[in-house]
Each structure stands twice: as C-alpha cells, then as structure tokens.
Design a binder for this molecule. Structure first.
Ligand SMILES: [Zn+2]
Length: 223
C-alpha cells in the first residue's frame, strides 16, 4: 500500500508491473523466481473503519497455517514497521476478506541457508481470518477476541509436493496438502534451496535507471 512517508521510493518495472517501490519489486523477483504465483495490487478495499486500503500482493496458491484461508493470502511489504495503525488495517483486511494477511518487513534475505527478511528483528507479522461464531462480538473497538497477530512467520516449502505456505518458524508443522492427500506427515522448510536461491536472486537483482529489470547477477545457476 502506498505510504506517504516512503519518500524516495523508486518506481520499478518488472514482470509487466510498475511497482511503487524497489522493495516491492524485489519481493516480486523473489515470488517469481521461487515459482510463487502473485498478483500485484489486486484490489482496493474499503475497510470497516472507512480507510481505503490497497494491499501490495495477493498470492493465490499460498496458505497460512489454518485451513480457513485456503485460496490465497494478502501480503503487505514495508521497509520497516513503525505505524501501529497498519496493524489495525491489516486486521480489518483479514476480517473482511476472510484471508490471512502477511506483513513483511524489509528485503528478502538468506542467512545460514534459511530464508529471512532484513527488517528489524526479522519480524514477519500475520493475521488470520476471524473464526468467531458471533462476529458482532469481535468488532473493532469492541471485544477484540480475534485481533491477534503472530510474528516470525516464514515462507516454507514442502519437500514433497513443493507447495509454499506461510507458517511459524518452528519447522514442525506438516504440509496440510500432503497430509490430506496421502496421510503422510511431510515437513515444510524455509531452507528449501529454491526459496534460499530466490532470496539471493531478489537481493542481487539489478534494475536500470529507467526502472526496467536487468538480470546482471552471475551467481544464478552458474549462468
Ligand atoms: Zn506437501
């Protein structure tokens, strides 16, 4: 979402999109390189508070931990997270769309063979859809029973079916898809080589001064 405080954000063209910032474009490079289908600025929403909110990305094939959000998640990317209003907006977004929302802080990064971002504390926050039976009791400003967020959320890839999901960095939850299909418990990991590689490509990707993407890195698959 456009942030008036993002002074100096450089519009960047990549993959047929004009991104509002270089940071957003780098995450697009990450998604594309990792084979994660993405849609940039999919739809503008009017939140219950009246705020018009345009999330940065929609990832139609990525789930979060719960089965409720099957069918995609919204992703918001920020250089740093300092605006607590943002948390309220993302909670509202999750509530009205029924989708999980992921807030990423910083640029894709791989360290020690793990996927990360370089924001403060490497936090990646998430909200999940409200599952209250009585929605009237969880309204904003009222009883905030669902207004939780998690951090240390990571993109993880199942080593068997290669699906990508977002989960807490505990590395113990099995792939829901494989469990459902075969009954087999297959772990998902943020150190899957394709994710680590995609983070490296995203960080080293060069964009020219007209904002067009140029791949200059010499480390991609040895090419
Ligand atoms: Zn799987």
């Amino acid at each position: 979402m456009r942030n008036r405080n993002e002074v100096g954000a450089i519009e960047t063209v990549y993959d047929g999109y004009r991104f509002r910032s270089r940071l957003e474009a780098r995450w697009a490079v990450f998604f594309k390189t990792a084979g994660i289908r993405y849609i940039y600025e999919p739809e503008c929403f009017r939140l219950p508070s009246g705020k018009l909110y345009l999330p940065d990305f929609y990832l139609p094939d990525v789930n979060m931990r719960t089965t409720e959000d099957k069918g995609g998640i919204y992703v918001e990317v920020k250089p740093s997270v300092s605006d607590s209003d943002e948390f309220d907006y993302l909670f509202e977004l999750s509530r009205i769309t029924g989708k999980s929302v992921l807030l990423i802080e910083g640029t894709p990064k791989s360290s020690d063979g793990h996927l990360d971002s370089d924001g403060d504390g490497h936090y990646q926050y998430s909200w999940e859809p409200c599952t209250c039976s009585d929605k009237s009791k969880c309204s904003i400003g009222g009883y905030d029973c669902c207004k939780w967020w998690d951090n240390y959320m990571q993109f993880m890839r199942c080593y068997k079916c290669l699906r990508v999901r977002v989960q807490y960095d505990s590395r113990s939850e099995p792939c829901e898809y494989c469990l459902e299909k075969t009954g087999e418990k297959v772990s998902c990991y943020d150190d899957h080589p394709s994710l680590v590689h995609a983070a490296q490509v995203a960080r080293s990707y060069r964009f020219d001064e007209r904002g067009r993407g140029l791949r200059l890195t010499a480390t991609v698959n040895g090419k």
